[in-house]
Design a protein around this ligand. Structure first.
Ligand code: ZN
Length: 133
């Protein structure tokens, strides 16, 4: 999920962008397509229909989506041929993510706050939302 600009300002650091994967407040991010690595197995104790719905949700979660991540997270995820790595969040959790192939190899665009804010406003406009940024 893309961080909301008002949350960034509320964090007390105007001009900072929240990293999607670790939560750090940074000045520059990389625009990537990624997904969080989660596992799923059918539950043998529930009826097939529930497993079917659970699998549909799992499949939706496994789609690559656009996100903005900090340079440190990008270095971790883009440093191997698979684009897979573990990120430690600012709350102490460890989460695994997978970068899409198009985002690896230093190909992800660099966004500073002004560029990121323009993207947020454009996206909000496409969704028919007002944006008081
Ligand atoms: Zn990060």
């Amino acid at each position: 999920m893309t961080p909301k600009p008002e949350q960034t300002t509320a964090a007390g650091k105007p001009g900072a962008i929240s990293c999607h994967t670790c939560g750090a407040q940074v000045a520059v991010v990389r625009s990537v397509r990624l997904r969080q690595c989660v596992s799923w197995r059918p539950d043998p104790n529930v009826i097939d229909d529930q497993n079917h719905r659970a699998h549909l949700q799992y499949a939706r979660n496994m789609q690559f989506r656009r996100a903005f991540i900090c340079q440190a997270c990008y270095a971790v995820l883009a440093s191997n041929g698979y684009g897979v790595g573990a990120v430690r969040t600012t709350t102490g959790e460890t989460k695994e993510y997978n970068l899409s192939g198009e985002s690896r190899g230093d190909k992800a665009a660099v966004y500073d706050y002004a560029k990121w804010l323009r993207y947020q406003k454009r996206t909000a406009g496409k969704m028919g939302l007002g944006f008081d940024g």
